[in-house]
Design a protein around this ligand. Structure first.
Ligand code: XIL
Length: 299
């Protein structure tokens, strides 16, 4: 196959990109996205601050732009994200526990309900763990306690029964304290019937990342009975060092039967959130980098 999406599809997987509405007016951006990828994640458009800037006042327009284009191309769409401490609307942090709980429930019901049946997966909860494997002390954790994550997953299942429900985090690129904390939560959820279907590994990496236990980490989660996905892949660097890390991640996903797809966190280096890191597969002129060829060869 001659595109990332078509190559991934040969093994039943998808290859997606994070897309921002800010660049949809640029033909080369849209063309590279749609020609090369068969998946999409809205980079910011479904985050709480954008989608519910004021309590019970919803703004689905930006997300809708990406969902409609993605659907028209038959792409797998990942919703990102329902419950996260980042890019959270200011009003949420001031609520007391009972108002926060009902606001979270309402947010999930309305947002996941809005796109019901249209998304492949939702990142239901994002970045809820610390590096040492304990819970991050977000407003949700502090006011609602440990149970907020399972409450969020149950609410998401009710709102969109067909979307795969994922937990998503970063610095989980091997067997380490953080990934083990998450692993223990997923194992507990599976044993108690809490609805979780997948775990997302953001994979914000660099050319010097040590990936010696990357594949075995994906596999141990898959062995719990969940799918795994690479959800925000980018690799700081250039040339063969960068290409090699991209190659290893792609190989790891292909080697794990339940690794269903890879999403890169942007299309072109010029619009990457990691400014100066040139971490993506296409350069600022949409030229294919060495890393692109490495990924395509392995897919
Ligand atoms: C980033 C976006 O790429 C930026 O445009 C935005 O300013 C900040 O958020 N982990 C995540 C993503 O889950 O939502 C973040 O995206 C990158 C880190």
């Amino acid at each position: 196959a001659s595109t990332l999406g078509a190559a991934a599809a040969q093994s039943g997987r998808y290859f997606g990109a994070a897309i921002s509405t800010s660049h949809l007016g640029e033909a080369a951006y849209v063309n590279t996205w749609t020609a090369e990828h068969n998946g999409v994640t809205p980079e910011n458009e479904m985050k709480w601050a954008t989608v519910e800037p004021n309590r019970n006042q919803f703004n689905f327009g930006p997300g809708e732009q990406i969902v409609s284009q993605g659907r028209s191309k038959g792409m797998k769409i990942r919703g990102h994200t329902l419950v996260w401490h980042g890019q959270l609307a200011g009003w949420v942090s001031g609520l007391d526990a009972s108002n926060l709980r009902s606001a979270m429930q309402n947010h999930i019901a309305q947002v996941a309900g809005h796109w019901k049946g249209q998304l492949y997966a939702w990142d239901v909860v994002n970045e809820a763990f610390e590096e040492n494997g304990t819970r991050r002390q977000s407003v949700f954790q502090q006011k609602l306690g440990d149970g907020y994550i399972e409450e969020a997953f149950r609410a998401a299942r009710t709102a969109d029964p067909n979307a795969k429900l994922c937990y998503n985090d970063y610095n989980t690129d091997g067997v380490n304290a953080k990934s083990t904390g998450i692993y223990n939560m997923v194992r507990d959820f599976k044993s108690r019937g809490v609805p979780i279907d997948c775990v997302g590994f953001q994979s914000h990496l660099s050319s010097s990342s040590n990936l010696s236990s990357y594949q075995s980490n994906l596999q141990r989660f898959a062995d719990l009975g969940v799918d795994v996905q690479i959800t925000e892949l980018d690799v700081g660097g250039s040339g063969s060092g960068q290409a090699n890390v991209y190659r290893q991640v792609t190989q790891a996903c292909k080697a794990v039967a339940r690794c269903t797809g890879i999403t890169v966190w942007g299309v072109t280096d010029k619009y990457s959130w990691r400014s100066g890191d040139t971490p993506l597969l296409f350069d600022g002129n949409y030229g294919k980098k060495q890393a692109y060829t490495a990924v395509l060869d392995v897919l």
